[in-house]
Design a binder for this molecule. Structure first.
Ligand code: SIN
Length: 308
């Protein structure tokens, strides 16, 4: 697919049968024509995660690019140390995790998750830019939650349409660490419909976010044991290999994902190698999810996470 807008030519090359596309012919430093922004938005909604290579952008350009698609939120509800002057930038930096999380690791989380679904309005989209990478390892994978929903038997789809799942920060940080203290002080807890309707595409996505539903496992109206078993099944369906794409980063790579239709996984194969891995994330303010019958997510603790 090639789109031409004056001198700009955008090439969108799908990565797999269900998810992902690489886009070339665009310089994210901008300025970007509105037709190009629209084409990027369409590619995002079609392919769920899109990738750009060899981009020469810094924090300011990344924030400006993100803002083309909505309000940009602060880095993270629990982030204390964004880079000076850039409160919207979340550093994903292995060097911070020993102090912040109390563990040596490549990324802040190595479970499948959709970004910050403990919030009542999780981000609509995220942009992640790579700066320092290990020579090998440290890839990221994404899964298409619309394909996962559509792949369920009808009887199971009818059931999951009706249930609500509790999302919260799981105790992934070591006790006493900075992150564990933040979570203990002000945990965010929300019931989300297990299936959310995408406000732009109208598609239904299996809205399970293992990283935020694996702590105390709770589906409204079910016992912890029943909830755990149902969640195991849904996590497995959401992350079937055929719905996923795996991306090999290089410095200057940028991934842009639809957080309303995907979950992602930082693959934990590089933490032990002793190489640094540094990426920077920005997020677009999200809406409150709605289920298939129009019911909205319900906040138990925490507030709307708003951007500017
Ligand atoms: C993220 O979960 O936003 C970061 C993914 C990664 O470190 O690869």
């Amino acid at each position: 697919m090639t789109v031409t807008d004056h001198a700009i030519s955008l090439d969108v090359s799908p990565s797999t049968g269900h998810i992902g596309a690489e886009i070339s012919g665009v310089d994210l430093r901008g300025p970007l024509e509105s037709a190009v922004v629209e084409e990027i938005r369409q590619a995002l909604h079609t392919h769920k995660v899109i990738f750009f290579r060899d981009q020469q952008i810094g924090h300011a350009e990344q924030i400006a690019f993100t803002r083309l698609f909505g309000k940009v939120t602060p880095a993270h509800p629990h982030e204390e140390n964004p880079p000076e002057g850039f409160p919207e930038i979340l550093p994903i930096d292995n060097r911070r995790y020993e102090t912040n999380l109390g563990r040596k690791r490549t990324s802040y989380d190595h479970s499948w998750h959709t970004d910050i679904t403990a919030l009542v309005n999780p981000p609509a989209a995220s942009v992640l830019r790579a700066e320092i990478l290990p020579p090998y390892g440290g890839d990221t994978a994404w899964t298409n939650l619309v394909a996962a929903y559509e792949g369920l038997p009808k009887e199971l789809r009818d059931f999951v349409d009706t249930i609500d799942i509790k999302h919260q920060f799981a105790p992934r940080a070591v006790e006493g660490s900075q992150r564990a203290r933040k979570v203990a002080e002000a945990n965010l807890v929300t019931y989300h419909p297990a299936v959310r309707v995408h406000p732009v595409t109208g598609e239904r996505a299996l809205f399970v976010s293992p990283g935020f539903t694996r702590g105390p496992r709770e589906i409204r109206g079910f016992s912890p044991d029943q909830s755990g078993k149902i969640l195991e099944l849904l996590w497995q369906e959401a992350t079937r290999t055929e719905y996923t794409v795996r991306f090999r980063w290089a410095p200057g790579s940028v991934a842009f994902w639809d957080n309303r239709a995907t979950a992602h996984l930082a693959i934990a194969d590089a933490g032990h190698l002793g190489h640094d891995r540094v990426l920077y994330r920005t997020t677009v303010e999200g809406d409150v999810p709605k289920g298939v019958d129009g019911r909205e997510s319900e906040s138990i603790s925490g507030q709307l996470f708003l951007g500017s």
